[in-house]
Design a protein around this ligand. Structure first.
Ligand SMILES: [Zn+2]
Length: 127
């Protein structure tokens, strides 16, 4: 699961599953799925200065789904996190990388996120 986080307005938004641009509450940052099946996400800001305030939050899907069953003990949650960090080979979640179920990613920092090019940006973010 990936979310847009625009720290300037404090909003987090899940991208539209159909691939439309999803804007934060103030409208200065946006994301869209380029390929939702592969988890490829594109981000845009109205002003270049907002790029430092715009991040993608990555949440490990298996870890999230663990919360849908019966309530778990703290020990069970720790075990799930350790198991997931071992299983997430090739991902930033992996124990050899960030070893975390929550990621803060600058667009372009991971292979599945990028900044939109000028041609791809939403109409509201064009000069
Ligand atoms: Zn905003």
């Amino acid at each position: 699961m990936k979310l847009l986080w625009h720290a300037r307005c404090g909003d987090m938004r899940a991208p539209d599953p159909r691939g439309a641009w999803t804007f934060c509450q103030c409208g200065m940052a946006a994301v869209r799925w380029v390929d939702p099946v592969r988890g490829i996400l594109q981000a845009s800001t109205h002003l270049p200065s907002d790029r430092t305030m715009t991040r993608i939050i990555g949440l490990d899907n298996h870890y999230l789904r663990a919360g849908l069953g019966q309530p778990l003990s703290d020990e069970e949650w720790r075990e799930i996190a350790v198991d997931e960090a071992k299983a997430a080979e090739g991902y930033l979640f992996h124990e050899s990388r960030r070893n975390s179920m929550v990621l803060v990613i600058a667009p372009g920092e991971s292979r599945d996120t990028s900044w939109a090019t000028d041609d791809d940006r939403p109409e509201q973010h064009r000069p």
